[in-house]
Write a protein that binds this ligand. Structure first.
Ligand SMILES: NC(=O)c1ccc[n+]([C@@H]2O[C@H](COP(=O)([O-])OP(=O)(O)OC[C@H]3O[C@@H](n4cnc5c(N)ncnc54)[C@H](OP(=O)(O)O)[C@@H]3O)[C@@H](O)[C@H]2O)c1
Length: 300
C-alpha cells in the first residue's frame, strides 16, 4: 500500500535505499521496555509534549497527565509554560523525584545558558531538570560556546543530563567533543525516517527523542496505519507510538490536552507489532517534515 506522501520520483530513490534502511533497523520485541537507561539516567520512553499547553487549562491538562501515569514532561523556555509545568507538578500527587523533566535553551540565549537555566529552574520550582537541551542550533561558534556551558550546568547540578535538539550530524559531533550530551530531540514519525542521523546517534550511544510523532494529527488518515490499527484493535496513534517503542533508544513525547487521548497514548505496552509490520511502517518514509524553519540546519 502506498502512503499518500509518496510521489513517483521519491519512490524510485526510496526503492534504492530501502534495503540498507531495513538492515540498519533491527527491531526486536524485547525493545519494548518502558525506559531507556543511558549513562546513569533512566528515561521513561513516553513523555508528554507540552507545546501550546499554557494557562490554567494547560496546567490542569499537565497535572491530569501526571495523575494518569506520565512520568516524563517535555517543556522549553520558548513554550512559555514552565510556570504551568512547575505548578502542575506541585499540585499533583506525584513526587517530583519520580518525574523526568526536560527543558530547552533558545539559541538567542546561548551566551547565557547558566543564567537562563537558573530562570527555568525558578519557574519550574525545582533545583534541577533531568535533561537540558539546546533547542535549535545557532552558528558554529555559538553552538560551541553553548556546548561548553552545558558542562557548567552539569557541574552546578542544574541538570542531570544534557543534550541538543534539531542538530544535524556535524553539529551533534561537534557538541559531543565539548560536552557529554546524551540525546538529540528531532522530528521523527513514519513519514520521516531520520536514517542517517539515527545510525550516527546509535554509533555514539545517544538516544533520540521523537517530537511531533503524530504529525499534529496528519498521520491519522494513513491507510496502512489504519489497517494495522484495525488488525490490532488499536488506534493509529497507538500503532505509531508502539512502532517507536520497539526501536532501539527512542523516546517519544506526544502532546495531548485531552485526558482520554493522554491515556490512549500511554497504553501501548499490551501488544506487539511483528517484524513484518514494523517494516511496513518503516516503508511509509517519504522524508516529510512538518518543522523546517529558517533557523533549521542543513538536514542529513
Ligand atoms: N524540539 C523541538 O524543536 C520541538 C518541535 C516541535 C515539538 N516539540 C515537542 O514535541 C511535542 C509533540 O509535538 P506536537 O505537539 O507538535 O505534535 P504531536 O504530538 O505530533 O501532535 C499533537 C496533536 O495531536 C493530537 N493528538 C494527540 N494524541 C492524539 C490521539 N491519540 N488521537 C488523535 N489526536 C491526538 C493533539 O490534540 P489534543 O491535544 O486535542 O489531544 C494535538 O493536536 C511538543 O508538544 C513539544 O513538547 C519539540
Amino acid at each position: 500500500m502506498i502512503s499518500p506522501c509518496l510521489d513517483l520520483g521519491f519512490m524510485m530513490i526510496f526503492n534504492d535505499i530501502l534495503p540498507t534502511f531495513i538492515r540498519s533497523h533491527k527491531n526486536t520485541p524485547n525493545m519494548s521496555s518502558q525506559f531507556i537507561d543511558k549513562k546513569n539516567i533512566h528515561i521513561p520512553k513516553i513523555g508528554l509534549g507540552t507545546y501550546k499547553m499554557t494557562g490554567k487549562e494547560g496546567q490542569d491538562a499537565i497535572q491530569n497527565a501526571l495523575e494518569v501515569g506520565y512520568r516524563h514532561i517535555d517543556t522549553a523556555k520558548m513554550y512559555e509554560n514552565e510556570t504551568e509545568v512547575g505548578q502542575a507538578i506541585k499540585n499533583s500527587s506525584v513526587d517530583r523525584n519520580n518525574i523526568f523533566i526536560t527543558t530547552k535553551i533558545w539559541p538567542t540565549d546561548f551566551d547565557l545558558v547558566v543564567q537562563k537555566t537558573e530562570d527555568s529552574l525558578r519557574q519550574l520550582k525545582t533545583d534541577h531538570v533531568d535533561l537540558l537541551l539546546l533547542h535549535w542550533p545557532s552558528t558554529t561558534e555559538m553552538n560551541d560556546r553553548a556546548s561548553d556551558s552545558l558542562n557548567e550546568v552539569l557541574h552546578k547540578q542544574y541538570a542531570k543530563a544534557v543534550g541538543v535538539s534539531n542538530f544535524n550530524i556535524l553539529q551533534v559531533g561537534n557538541a559531543l567533543e565539548r560536552a557529554p550530551i546524551v540525546c538529540n530531540q528531532v522530528e521523527y514519525h513514519p513519514y520521516l525516517s531520520q536514517e542517517k542521523l539515527l545510525n550516527f546517534l546509535h554509533d555514539n550511544d545517544l538516544f533520540l527523542t521523537a517530537y511531533r510523532p503524530l504529525m499534529m494529527g496528519k498521520i491519522m488518515d494513513d491507510a496502512q496505519l489504519l489497517s494495522l490499527a484495525k488488525e490490532h484493535d488499536k488506534t493509529v496513534s497507538q500503532i505509531v507510538l508502539r512502532w517507536m517503542m520497539q526501536q532501539k533508544d527512542i523516546a517519544v513525547i506526544p502532546k495531548s490536552s485531552n485526558s482520554e487521548r493522554q491515556i490512549e497514548n500511554l497504553n501501548v505496552f499490551d501488544f506487539e507489532l511483528t517484524n513484518d509490520e514494523m517494516q511496513l511502517i518503516h516503508q511509509l518514509n517519504c522524508g516529510e517534515r512538518t518543522t523546517d524553519p529558517e533557523m533549521a540546519p542543513q538536514w542529513d
